[in-house]
Design a protein around this ligand. Sequence first.
Ligand SMILES: NC(=O)c1ccc[n+]([C@@H]2O[C@H](COP(=O)([O-])OP(=O)(O)OC[C@H]3O[C@@H](n4cnc5c(N)ncnc54)[C@H](OP(=O)(O)O)[C@@H]3O)[C@@H](O)[C@H]2O)c1
Length: 323
Amino acid sequence: MRVAQVSKFGGPEVLVTADVAEPVVAPGEVLIDVAFVDTIFVETQVRNGWGGEFFPVELPYVTGSGVAGTVREVGAGVDPGWVGRRVASSDGFTGGSAERVVRAADTLTAVPDGLSPRDAAALVTDSITALGLIELTAVKPGERVLILGASGGMGTLAVQLAHARGARVVAVARGERKRALVRELGADATVDGADADWPERAREALGASGADVVLDGVGGAFGARALPLVADGGRLSLHGAPTGDFADIDAAEAERRGITVYGIGDMRFAPEEQQRLRAAAYEEAAAGHLRPVIGEVFPLERAAKAHAAIEARTLVGKVLLEP
Ligand SMILES: NC(=O)c1ccc[n+]([C@@H]2O[C@H](COP(=O)([O-])OP(=O)(O)OC[C@H]3O[C@@H](n4cnc5c(N)ncnc54)[C@H](OP(=O)(O)O)[C@@H]3O)[C@@H](O)[C@H]2O)c1
């Protein structure tokens, strides 16, 4: 069976397809025929050798984790009713970029009628984080929410979810195409992240007292500039690091101003929580209330191109792989 695999850390070119033995189901597991594989930004960083303390991998490893497909076989102790059903699953952050995967049955989420396998794969991971973030920061009607990295896979969902809760959403995205997308998804105002004075533009859009909630999906020095934009007593989530690092903010200032700060550690949801969040997002998507944005689907053999496209930030929306 074909997989997309990394044998040494480096640029996109180290991600190549290989033939490996067919996976075999053990008790408590299922075998899934994979239709689509999700990709997320952090996978490109892990491939580069970054983030071992948060995302440890052992070489060689198969990239990706989130998949959508159909159950082909179940192991002992698993309800045979799963066979033939459309499912999604993620488990850790490796092993998914394959024609078939074996997964513990308790990682499965049924894909409801009305949701395509493509959309299920696009939502498999980002929906957990986006909905988890909105719940964690307890976004309420009428609150002002500032979202950095709003055009990304997770950001586009966070924009829709915050908007659906009646918040006033200010979205930071780079360039007119991405700004138009997040406006269409429910942002009340957008700010171009390429403008050096984006924090001033965001302040104008938010009003003098700033944002009740800031979701930083970008990190680094860029994300750190959001601290002054959080209203006193507000909530700030620093979960993003596509710039190469999570935002390093002045914790004493946050404390002095009564700001509750969340980090990447708060995004690690227990397995049953992940199931609840993903299933809720799938229902919303099947009902047409939540839309994943897919920029391009690459065949598994072109996984390296998919990673290059994510890093170039030229596509609008997510990148998927199709085995
Ligand atoms: N996906 C998840 O479930 C999840 C879970 C936990 C944490 N996170 C973290 O949340 C962040 C966003 O995740 P994502 O999956 O939504 O990623 P993504 O789809 O790649 O989106 C990231 C966005 O950040 C913006 N960005 C700004 N500066 C950037 C830079 N220097 N390099 C790359 N992008 C930059 C890009 O938007 P513009 O091009 O418009 O600037 C891009 O659309 C990541 O740091 C990820 O590790 C994600």
